[in-house]
Design a protein around this ligand. Structure first.
Ligand SMILES: [Zn+2]
Length: 76
């Protein structure tokens, strides 16, 4: 797990104020019937041991996924 940032916030997963890490995670998503692998960024709650994304990350990850899809198409 690649941690890029840590910030103390009110965590929406466990509803406690604690340090939430931003992590880079290898993610897979099916886009236009193609399995796309890309680096996504998620917030990580160590209390629930779970990942979550807000709207900013959602948009950012969506863009990263589409960029990876575009790169795949370039190679074929
Ligand atoms: Zn939490």
């Amino acid at each position: 797990m690649n941690i890029i940032k840590k910030e103390k916030v009110l965590c929406p997963l466990c509803f406690e104020e604690h340090e939430v890490s931003d992590v880079i995670v290898r993610d897979n998503q099916i886009y236009k019937e193609v399995n796309v692998t890309f680096d996504a960024i998620y917030h990580y709650c160590s209390i629930m041991d779970d990942y979550f994304e807000d709207e900013d990350l959602l948009a950012q990850n969506d863009e990263a996924m589409k960029k990876a899809y575009f790169m795949l198409n370039q190679q074929n």
